[in-house]
Write a protein that binds this ligand. Structure first.
Ligand SMILES: [Zn+2]
Length: 305
């Protein structure tokens, strides 16, 4: 098992492959859907499809030619992956810690690089497109309005509501959903328990099967969510209060949301009431994640409907 393996997304892959074979790829796509569902893997697979020296014309390329090999090690000069973690311009270490947006300087440098590029395909992947500063997004917009024939942009986001609408209007949207449990079972080492703990996200599931510490971490959060669903409000608050990292708290809320849903489906009224109270209580904890707060509101409303 490796992180490049693609699970599910058959429809999206078929669509992109067909577009490539018929030379009908759009200049820009917007991949959106849950975090760790496989958007970046498919985006990189698209890049390999276009740059493969064996013209394999399939997502992921042939996997053996030099271009495909360089794609795997992310050293291909025609692939740019821009994210918070991988800035396009050199950045000082202490500045890196404070980095919360993708800057216009990076986007302008990318635009200069593309303009000077050879006749080969250039692929620009922007991870977490919601983190582009407004200036950076506007700068991309100029390129998207006058695209090069052989440049492909793929913008990725798990928070599409925060991506600038002007950018979205220039892109072909593609929604990525969680693969079915049957697909996830193909991952070596995937058990029903791990699939549940992974929230159905292939990226999380794969890292859990590869990394024991990651597995224990995710299992711990799931156990806490379960405990909260069984406990009083003050106990729930105490458990959630231990969560300092916003990312972990988001996972905890996601689990609670899912547990609440499953209790609703199975008609377990007392348990869903418990979760509803716990979620309300958790809401009072300061959280920067508006998504989680919205999700909380929705589930609480549903639980009381
Ligand atoms: Zn190849």
């Amino acid at each position: 098992m490796n992180k490049e393996m693609i699970l599910g997304h058959a429809k999206e892959i078929q669509y992109l492959t067909k577009a490539c074979r018929n030379s009908r790829l759009a200049h820009g796509y917007f991949f959106y859907g849950p975090k760790d569902v496989g958007k970046l893997t498919v985006a990189k697979g698209c890049a390999a499809m276009l740059l493969c020296e064996n013209q394999s014309k399939k997502i992921g390329g042939c996997g053996v030619c030099q271009a495909c090999q360089r794609m795997k090690s992310e050293t291909h000069p025609n692939l740019i992956v821009l994210s918070l973690a991988s800035p396009f311009l050199p950045i000082a270490e202490d500045e890196m810690k404070r980095r919360s947006k993708i800057s216009i300087e990076e986007v302008e440098a990318i635009r200069r690089r593309i303009a000077l590029a050879s006749k080969d395909w250039q692929i620009v992947i922007v991870e977490a497109a919601e983190l582009l500063s407004p200036d950076a997004a506007n700068s991309f917009l100029k390129t998207l309005e006058e695209p090069n024939e052989k440049t492909l942009f793929i913008f990725i986001s798990s928070k599409p509501e925060y991506v600038m609408p002007t950018i979205l209007s220039r892109l072909v949207p593609m929604r990525f959903s969680c693969p079915a449990a049957g697909e996830l079972k193909r991952i070596p080492g995937a058990t029903a328990e791990l699939i549940q703990v992974s929230r159905g996200l292939p990226g999380v599931l794969i890292s859990m099967t590869l990394d024991d510490a990651q597995k224990k971490h995710e299992q711990g959060i799931y156990r806490d969510a379960w405990r909260i669903s069984q406990s009083t409000v003050s106990e729930a608050l105490a458990t959630a209060g231990n969560y300092q990292a916003a990312a972990d708290r988001e996972i905890l809320l996601e689990h609670l949301f899912r547990l609440g849903e499953s209790f609703m489906i199975t008609g377990n009224a007392s348990k869903s009431k418990n979760i509803s109270k716990a979620l309300r209580a958790l809401e009072t904890l300061e959280t920067t994640n508006v998504n989680a707060r919205l999700a909380t509101d929705i589930i609480v409303m549903n639980l009381h409907a």
